[in-house]
Design a protein around this ligand. Sequence first.
Ligand SMILES: Nc1ncnc2c1ncn2[C@@H]1O[C@H](COP(=O)(O)OP(=O)(O)O)[C@@H](O)[C@H]1O
Ligand SMILES: [Mg+2]
Length: 258
Amino acid sequence: MKVWSVANQKGGVGKTTTTITLAGLLAKQGKRVLLVDTDPHASLSSYLGIDSDEITRSLFDLFQLKTLAEETVKPLVHTTSIEGIDIVPAHMSLATLDRVMGNRSGMGLILKKGLLVLRGHYDHVIIDCPPILGVMMVNALAASDRILIPVQTEFLAMKGLERMVRTLKIMQKSRSKPFKVTIVPTMYDKRTNASLQTLTQLKRDYPSQVWNSAVPIDTKFRDASLKHLPVSHFAPGSRGVFAYKQLLLHLERLSIND
Ligand SMILES: Nc1ncnc2c1ncn2[C@@H]1O[C@H](COP(=O)(O)OP(=O)(O)O)[C@@H](O)[C@H]1O
Ligand SMILES: [Mg+2]
C-alpha cells in the first residue's frame, strides 16, 4: 500500500484537484484507493458528495479511539459513488484538534498507525492536506511515503513552496528516512510570463524534485467538481487528464526505486 500526501501551506494551488484526479485515474486502473480528507473545510469530502455536517463518523474520531484496530478504524471509512474510491471524510471539528489534544505524546503518528491497520484493503492512500501547519499536517506527512507539492505557476508561488520546504526540513529532524518530495507545477498557462518564469525558477531551484512537466489550466477541472466527479471520469480526453496521467506514470517510475 502506497501512501501519498498532497500538501502545500498555500491554499488554492490544486491540492484537492490533484488528490481527486490521481485517485480517479488509479481507480480506473482497477486499484483500490482510500482518500483521507484532513482539511477541516472538507472540500474533498464535499467534492465526493459527502456533507460533513451530516455524517457521524469522520477522521476526527480516529483521534478519539482508544485502540487502533481494524474493527475500530474501518467504520470511519465511507464508500463513494465512484467505484474503487473510499474516503475517510473530514469534519469541522478537526480544526479543534490542535487545541484539544495537540500536546499529547504520540499524537503525530495516529494517522500512520490507523492506515496501517487498513493496509490489506487498499493499494493506494492519498491524503489531502489542509493549508495549515498543525497536528493534521504532521500526521499526514508522517504517514506518507511521498509528498506531492502542487505549486501554482504564478508570481508569489515560490514563497508558499519555500515555506512548505522549511516545514519538511523541521519535520525531517525527527525522522530517520528522508522525505521523498515531488513538486507538481499546476494551472500552467504557457501564454503568460508568470507561468513561464515560475516553471523556469522551479526547475532551477528544485531540479531533482520538480516533475519535468506541468498541469495546464483547464476549465474541465471546475466543471468536473460541480458534477462531483473526478475529471478522469467526467472528461477523460481532456488535457488536464492527460497531464495527470503523465504525472502518475512519473510517480510510478519513481516508486520502483522507493
Ligand atoms: N489545472 C487547473 N486548471 C484550472 N483550474 C484548476 C486547476 N487545478 C485546480 N483548479 C481549480 O482551482 C480551484 C482551487 O483548486 P483546489 O484543488 O481546490 O486547491 P487547494 O486544494 O490547494 O485549495 C478549484 O476551483 C479547482 O477547480
Ligand atoms: Mg483543498
